[in-house]
Design a protein around this ligand. Sequence first.
Ligand code: UTP
Length: 297
Amino acid sequence: MQTKVTKAIFPVAGLGTRFLPATKSIPKEIMTLVDRPLIQYAIDEAREAGITEFIFVTSRGKGALEDYFDHAPQLEAELLKKGKTELLELLKNTNMESGTIAYIRQHKALGLGHAVWCARRLIGNEPFAVILPDDVISAEKSCLKQMVDAYQDVGGSMVAAMEVPQDKTCCYGILNIGQQDDNLLAVNGMVEKPAPGYEPSNFAVIGRYILTPNIFMHIENQKFGSGGEIQLTDAIANEVTLGNAVNGLRFEGQRFDCGTKAGFLQATISFALARHDLRDELTAYLNELVSVAKAAQ
Ligand code: UTP
C-alpha cells in the first residue's frame, strides 16, 4: 500500500513568451478554452485524482491567478437574486476551500525543476503530484487519476508518457524505456530535448508527474541543463541512476499543448465542439469555412 498522494504542485511561474503580447498582463493559465481558464481544467483534474492541497509556484504578474480563486460573494448574491441558479452552481464549483491553496514565489524563472524545488517546504516528506496547466488532457478518467491508480500498485515515481512523431522528439523530455507491461513503461533513463538522431525512443513526457521528495535532493545538486534551465527531467533521470523505480504511464486521452498557439486553438475548437450549446453553430461555421477554402482552390 502506497502513501496517498494528496498534494499537487502547479508550476505557473514561466514567462509565457509564446503568447506575447497577451501574457504581458494576463497569466497564460488564466487564458480560457471556451469559457474556463486553463487552470480550472488542471484543478478539476487534480480534484478527481484525490488531491486536497494545491500549491502554486507563481511569479511577478500572476495576481489575476490568485484573484481567480477568491470566492465572489457579491457575484453569487446577484446571481441568486436574479434566479440564475445554473450559473450560480457553475461559479460555486470553482470555489476552493479556505486553507487548501498555497502560493510560493519563484523569484527567477530558472526552469521547471527549480520551480518544483521552490515548493519543497510545503511538500515535506511525502509523494506529490506535479501538473503543468498548459498541457490539457481530455479523457474519460482524468490523466492524473489514471496515474494515481497505477501508482497505488507500483509506487516509485511516475511520469505521463505519450508517443510523438520522430521529428518532434527534440521538443520533449524523452524516455529510454525498458520493460513494457500493458500501459506501464519501466524507465531506464530520460533526456531533455535530445538532438535529432539521439532520441532513445519516441515516448515523450507530458506535464503530469508523481514524484517522491528525493527529487528535491537531485534538483539541489543539479547544474543548469538544456536551454540553460534547471530541468525536472534531469532530476528524474538521476532518480533512475540511483536505481529507484520510475515508470511512464501511457495514459488514455487526448493531449493538447496549450503552451503553443496551434495547440491552444485546436483545444478551443475541440472543447467547443464537445459542448451542446455551441456544437451546431460552430460545425456550420467550420463547414462553411472549408467549402469557401475548397472553392478558392
Ligand atoms: P514552458 O516551457 O511552457 O515555459 O513551461 P513558459 O514560460 O510557461 O512559456 P514560454 O515557453 O515562454 O512560452 C512549462 C511550465 O513550467 C512552468 C511554466 O509556468 C509552465 O507551467 N515554469 C517554467 C515555471 O514555473 N518556472 C520556470 O522557470 C519555467
